[in-house]
Design a protein around this ligand. Structure first.
Ligand code: ATP
Ligand code: MG
Length: 429
């Protein structure tokens, strides 16, 4: 839903006069954006945000009296409906997590282009508009902990599947894995299609029904086990499935807060919650899935581009302060004859590969077209066997327990458990 009935009203808060002027000049010719005022200090920014009620505050992080993070916390709490975009210079990415905790919606690293700035403003505004249509802005108390992942009092394990690359096998793996875990464990297993715009889970599992995540819109305040039960579908394997909205414009209406609430409720009601995603770290919804996950199955292939992207993704997870064992690398099509060697990849990226999945050949495509996961259709196929092995690892809590070779000295192989300084050491080599 992209209509902008009026201009996006923006307040700029930055203590450096040239930066302020540059930002105002960059935005001057944008027809849909109006800079309503600017402020040079955090407190002044808060006062002006209260008085002018802008749609968006563009906030610098480093300011003399009150920094941008503190100012953001106050604004988010005291000015309902305003969204904050944080700006920082290179090297201050450590602030990313703090900014997100304070409630900032996006994080721009200076220097950024006019296009990046405008794109970010429009994106945040549209997202805020969609959210407001269905949910009043969520307020957090100052000093209170940031929204938690809801794991304190709940039992279920959230296992998402992610990759910076599209078309790498996420949906194929997660649908088969969820079924395998259900069949082996006989526990309560849910599958959520978090690929909100072009979700494929319904097709791959041949679940055709009118009920999707969209049926929760406008009902999030009353979300409970019963409501979830109403909108979740039961696959023939007895797996419970929450489908993604059936149209991209409906997908736009699902917010990060919605997903957090859904996953939190599922955690209270299921033992394993598998979540499919799509490859965008810019999308808050996807970040919220990753934040909420206990384990992120991170899919890669034996190609240089995939490996490069995984390295970058691992750096992002460090910035986000995810524990290392939250990331379980999954090597898909591990038997590729033309790819790199798996052992070399582990050393290059400094992270162990938790599981490898063989190529299932045309049988996989056939199973997708039939809408029957291969673990049901052809349990003896090598692909199904590998999925089954991964399912056992998950059920046994054995993911990420693998040791990886870090160095070979005097002919002796030294090994080290994943985690800790491994990434750092391998980068220094
Ligand atoms: N191990 C495998 N063996 C055989 N085919 C595979 C395997 N993994 C993935 N594929 C094939 O690759 C294609 C893409 O897989 P899939 O749709 O699961 O990827 P995705 O990462 O979910 O993509 P998208 O970005 O579209 O969501 C599918 O046609 C699937 O059949
Ligand atoms: Mg997919």
């Amino acid at each position: 839903m992209t209509e902008t009935p009026r201009k996006i009203r923006l307040l700029v808060v930055d203590d450096i006069v040239e930066t302020r002027n540059n930002l105002i000049n960059l935005l001057y010719f944008e027809r849909d954006i109006e800079v309503v005022d600017s402020a040079t200090r955090g407190q002044e920014g808060i006062d002006k945000a209260k008085k002018l009620q802008p749609d968006i505050v563009l906030m610098d992080i480093n300011m003399p009296d009150m920094n941008g993070i503190q100012a953001t916390e106050v604004i988010i709490q005291q000015v309902p409906g305003v969204a904050v975009i944080m700006m920082s210079v290179q090297g201050e990415q450590d602030y990313l997590r703090q900014a997100m905790r304070a409630g900032a919606r996006e994080f721009l690293v200076k220097p950024f282009s006019g296009d990046e700035l405008v794109g970010s403003i429009r994106h945040v505004y549209q997202d805020e508009q969609s959210k407001r249509r269905f949910n009043p802005p969520v307020q957090y108390q100052p000093g209170a902990p940031a929204p938690t992942n809801g794991s304190e009092n709940s039992l279920g394990e959230i296992i998402s599947i992610f990759s910076p690359k599209g078309g790498i096998g996420r949906t194929t793996i997660i649908t088969n894995l969820a079924v395998a875990v259900k069949q082996i464990s006989k526990k309560r297993v849910a599958l959520v299609d978090g690929s909100l715009f072009f979700g494929d889970v319904g097709i791959m599992m041949d679940i055709r029904n009118t009920k999707t995540m969209s049926d929760l819109q406008g009902r999030m305040e009353g979300l409970d086990a019963q409501l979830l039960q109403d909108v979740m579908l039961t696959h023939s394997s007895e797996l419970k499935v929450l489908l993604a909205p059936s149209k991209p414009d409906q997908g736009e209406l699902v917010t990060a807060d919605d997903l957090k609430k859904i996953l939190k409720e599922l955690k209270n009601n299921f033992d394993y919650i598998f979540v499919d995603t799509f490859p965008s770290l810019k999308e808050e919804t996807q970040l919220s899935i990753l934040d909420m996950s206990d384990v992120i199955l991170t899919v890669m292939s034996l190609e240089m581009t995939a490996i490069k992207d995984i390295r970058l993704f691992l750096e992002v997870t460090e910035i986000l302060e995810y524990p290392r064992d939250k990331i379980a690398l999954i090597l898909n099509r591990a038997d590729s004859k033309h790819g790199l060697r798996a052992e070399n990849i582990e050393t290059t990226i400094g992270h162990p590969i938790s599981a490898s999945i063989t190529s299932g050949g045309p049988a996989v495509t056939l199973s997708i077209n039939r809408g029957t996961p291969l673990v049901i259709d052809a349990p003896d196929n090598p692909f199904s066997k590998d999925i089954e092995a991964l399912a056992h690892k998950i059920i046994d809590g054995a993911l990420g327990k693998k040791e990886v070779v870090v160095s070979k000295k005097n002919g002796k192989v030294k090994s080290k458990k994943s985690g800790g300084l491994f990434g750092f050491l391998s980068r220094k080599k």
